[in-house]
Ligand binder design. Structure first.
Ligand SMILES: Nc1ncnc2c1ncn2[C@@H]1O[C@H](COP(=O)(O)OP(=O)(O)O)[C@@H](O)[C@H]1O
Ligand SMILES: [Mg+2]
Length: 238
């Protein structure tokens, strides 16, 4: 079997007295679409930060394509879409994408920029300063920026939050396309409906642990909902 795209082994993370993750173990094979479900404070963002190498686990280890998340080769294979935009407000959308194309050595950058701008429906606004963008537009540009270098592994932290219905539909289409291209996708959400539409597999995090790891096609919506709400109210620090 090929080396997994992602391997999380016995990962725990605490911030002083606050526990964020407890002995989290799972692997994701290349091409899988996995949704990480959990309520506020469950540990979803912490998990993504540990996977992307932004944050170091207190215990356990993470491997991307068999190596450390902070290995240089992984930077080219990874996209992180989170609330941190990594965009420059004093540059236009086009200038931002040109800048990142250079950083990532994107081949045929002009065409690639064109494609991602079209994908997120921002081509007509490419000459405008990002500082003048609405929140949803900024978020769409963040997605374009993250996909620019055609990463093999996409990590998305609550990507639908703050998008209107139209933009949600656009992102769903975009993610389905990424899936068809064989990309591996891990996203966190508290929206069970969208998770059910998109993913092959779901993990439920509750009280900082994985309490369920299942296949969407084998689970009824009621089952998934039950796992999601299994934690007693107040146990997650929402
Ligand atoms: N940098 C930090 N310092 C202290 N506590 C943190 C930090 N980041 C997260 N936490 C805590 O870890 C727990 C999990 O948070 P988080 O991963 O953001 O949850 P989620 O994304 O599921 O809402 C929460 O109790 C949160 O307050
Ligand atoms: Mg979060």
């Amino acid at each position: 079997m090929d080396v997994p795209a992602l391997e999380v082994s016995g990962v725990s993370k605490d911030f002083g007295r606050i526990i964020a993750l407890r002995s989290v173990t799972f692997a994701v094979q290349s091409g899988e679409f996995v949704s990480v479900l959990g309520r506020n404070g469950a540990g979803k963002t912490t998990l993504l930060n540990v996977i992307s190498g932004i944050s170091r686990p207190s215990d356990g280890s993470v491997k991307l394509f068999g190596t450390d998340p902070n290995d240089r080769v992984n930077k080219a294979q990874l996209a992180v879409i989170s609330h941190e935009m990594f965009l420059y407000g004093n540059l236009t959308a086009l200038e931002n994408l040109e800048y990142y194309s250079r950083i990532y050595n994107v081949p045929d950058a002009k065409n690639r920029i064109d494609t991602v701008l079209q994908d997120v429906e921002l081509k007509h606004r490419r000459f405008d300063l990002v500082a003048t963008y609405s929140r949803g537009m900024t978020q769409r540009l963040t997605i374009a920026r993250a996909l620019l270098h055609e990463p093999k592994l996409l990590l998305l932290d609550e990507p639908f939050t703050g998008l209107d219905q139209h933009a949600i539909g656009m992102l769903i289409t975009l993610l389905k396309k990424q899936k068809e291209m064989g990309r591996t996708i891990l996203l966190t959400t508290h929206d069970l409906h969208t998770a059910a539409i998109l993913s092959d597999r779901y993990l439920v995090i509750s009280k900082h642990k994985i309490v369920r790891d299942g296949w969407m096609k084998n689970s009824s919506p009621d089952e998934i909902r039950a796992a999601f709400f299994s934690a007693e109210a107040g146990e997650n620090d929402s």
